[in-house]
Ligand binder design. Structure first.
Ligand SMILES: C[S@@+](CC[C@H](N)C(=O)[O-])C[C@H]1O[C@@H](n2cnc3c(N)ncnc32)[C@H](O)[C@@H]1O
Length: 283
């Protein structure tokens, strides 16, 4: 398992994704769902209409689908994309078969690099989504996805993008430099890391889209002990790789606090909804 896998596609494991799934589900904002449902209905998809067609990029084991499908009413068809065949198979097997109102959810899997996704691929898609993905991408990848989704007229929902801000209680004097180093680590190899939401917002606005953003922080409380420990280890390892000055006993100190139920962490994320203009009700 690798918590730094939050930033390293090659290191993602089903175990790490499972460990974070509950916190992810509690963190994702529900506020984008109403404008999204309105948009889908205006587009002719949803209850009493044709199925909602959703493409989930970088689906991993399918956490986003398990969260979102039951929250949308009406029949749905999901296309799950990932370049990891093991994760993709798990995602396909674990997708819900019915949604909020008992309508059918159909799922297909696509083993493919998201770099290859074109507007033609999205021609029959109402919503492109991705969870814990955007901060892994480069500017070119975001531009390519945004242009393809815009040309195809799809709504876009990216959830759980890191902002770079972390609040630890109790605070420690080393926190700020660890956060700076960790954020630099996330920007390695041209990845957007904590700059992802700002860049994606600008990109979609330049395409004439309406962009809405919502906070979606992880709230790591004592009951999230295993996730907090894994996240802490990964954060300090990544910061160390960036040559942060970390006190020798810092990990032990934080792990002891966690074991004593004395540590709370807020790991800030943002969810982003980009809607095409041209539908009633959209300015
Ligand atoms: C942090 S995981 C998130 C997984 C899932 N969306 C979730 O929320 O649990 C990122 C996922 O993106 C996939 N991924 C990363 N880069 C990709 C690319 N270029 N093409 C397709 N999938 C990619 C990884 O294999 C991994 O499953």
């Amino acid at each position: 398992m690798s918590p730094t896998s939050d930033q390293a596609p090659e290191a993602f494991t089903a175990e790490w994704l499972a460990l974070r799934e509950e916190a992810d589900g509690q963190a994702r904002a529900t506020a984008p769902l109403d404008p999204l449902r309105t948009h889908l209905a205006q587009r002719g998809a949803g209850p009493g209409r044709r199925p909602i067609r959703i493409t989930d990029l970088g689906c991993g084991t399918g956490s986003q689908g398990r969260w979102l499908a039951p929250r949308l009413a009406g029949p749905q068809t999901w296309m799950l994309h990932d370049l990891d065949p093991h994760l993709l198979n798990l995602a396909g097997a674990r997708m819900p078969r019915v949604c909020a109102d008992g309508s059918t959810v159909q799922t297909r899997m696509c083993l493919r690099d998201l770099n290859q996704v074109t507007a033609a691929d999205l021609a029959h898609t109402d919503l492109v989504t991705g969870s814990a993905l955007l901060d892994l991408l480069t500017r070119d990848q975001v531009l390519s996805i945004a242009r393809a989704a815009d040309e195809a007229g799809c709504a876009v929902l990216f959830t759980l993008t890191v902002t770079g801000r972390v609040d630890l209680y109790p605070a420690h004097p080393a926190d700020a430099s660890i956060t700076d180093a960790f954020n630099d680590h996330q920007r390695r190899a041209g990845r957007l890391g904590p700059d992802a939401t700002a860049f994606t917002t600008r990109t979609f606005r330049s395409l004439g889209r309406r962009v809405l953003t919502y906070p979606s922080p992880w709230r790591l409380l004592p009951e999230h002990r295993d996730l907090t420990l894994a996240w802490l280890r990964g954060r300090l390892r990544a910061a160390g790789e960036q040559h942060a000055q970390i006190p020798a006993d810092h990990l032990r100190h934080r792990m002891d606090q966690c074991e004593r139920h004395e540590l709370v962490a807020l790991v800030h994320h943002t969810d982003l909804l980009a809607l095409p203009n041209g539908y009633p009700g959209h300015p």
